[in-house]
Design a protein around this ligand. Structure first.
Ligand code: DGY
Length: 328
């Protein structure tokens, strides 16, 4: 029996590539060249499996051009780069990397909230530019975090991690909005109260977005939602580009409709709306919420485990369309 062949779309930890070599013929991309759809299809020819990231879109056209492909293992918890219906129809398994990044990503959500509310990067740029010649009482005075009201939109595992940090660590009053309400035990652990989206926007001092991207969640926050928020409010997006209407956000920040925003994800990233780049009251980071060495290794290893389990014994650890397993 020839060994299965897998492709690894982006550069990842060499030790994970080594693990894969023990099971498969491996086609790697050590130069980390970004592959456009045609290049991805060419790269995938003859491959049974793919380890990919959110940068590679897997849709019906790619699947039709790669009939040998049986599994795409995403090294990300979000999987809006997958057309899961098309994958299921083509009997291609999709997997993601939940759980291993939950606490790390929640840490970062809080880091971005703190940095934005307390104007950390703005004041650092000022200092580095040599503008700090004397102290004054209202210099970079920001928004209070402890004891304030934290509103979380999207109360999955990461949202719950942020709620626990806010309630238990910072004495915040936590309100949340989600597609479905959490059970009473989980609400109690998070010390979080369910409210409607409009109430959340009106009451929260800080709004953190952790909702998965889909057509239904596109522009969850646009001009109308920003207009409901407090002029002192801080908005943090660690979810996905497209959850926020970035042009409307830039306008709201410019007009003082809200105080500040912390953004780790952007519409059309790695491009960033030029108006956001001009504003001082925005903290901008390049999609790094899960980026610690330990967590990124755990994500790469979980993606590798999914490939190994599926292509050696037909099982998977974190299947997104398990009906493909049932049909196999
Ligand atoms: C995720 O895991 O979805 C992160 O956003 C990295 O893509």
């Amino acid at each position: 029996m020839p060994r299965p062949t897998i492709a690894v779309a982006r550069a990842i930890f060499p030790e994970v590539i080594e693990r894969l070599h023990a099971h498969f013929e491996v086609r790697a991309n050590p130069q980390d060249q970004l592959l456009n759809p045609q290049e991805l299809v060419a790269f995938l020819q003859g491959c049974d499996g793919l380890l990919c990231t959110g940068s590679e879109r897997i849709d019906a056209a790619v699947l039709a051009a790669c009939p040998q492909l049986r599994i795409c293992a995403n090294m990300a918890v979000g999987y809006n780069n997958f057309d899961l219906d098309a994958m299921t129809a083509a009997r291609v398994l999709g997997t993601n990397t939940p759980d291993v990044l939950t606490e790390t990503t929640a840490d970062f959500g809080f880091a971005l909230l703190m940095a934005t509310a307390r104007r950390v990067t703005e004041s650092e740029h000022y200092l580095r530019a040599g503008k700090w010649t004397r102290w004054s009482y209202d210099m970079f005075a920001g928004q209070e975090v402890h004891g304030s009201t934290l509103g979380i939109i999207g109360m999955g595992r990461i949202g719950q991690g942020i709620a626990r940090r806010g309630a238990l660590g910072f004495g915040m009053k936590v309100i949340y909005h989600n597609r479905s309400r959490l059970d009473a035990d989980t609400e109690a652990q998070c010390q979080a109260r369910y409210v409607g989206k409009e109430e959340l926007l009106e009451r929260a001092d800080h709004v953190v977005l952790v909702v998965p991207y889909s057509a239904a969640s596109h522009h969850t926050i646009g001009a109308a939602e920003l207009a409901r928020m407090k002029p002192t409010a801080v908005l943090v997006n660690i979810a996905r580009g497209g959850i926020v209407d970035d042009a409307a956000l830039a306008q709201a920040l410019r007009d003082g409709k809200i105080a500040a925003a912390g953004l780790d994800v952007f519409e059309g990233e790695p491009q960033v709306h030029p108006a956001l780049l001009e504003l001082p009251n925005v903290v901008l980071t390049p999609h790094i919420a899960s980026a610690t060495v330990t967590t990124r290794k755990a994500m790469a290893n979980l993606a590798a485990d999914n490939l190994i389990r599926f292509l050696t014994d037909g099982a998977a650890l974190t299947a997104l369309n398990p009906q493909v397993l049932d049909a196999a």
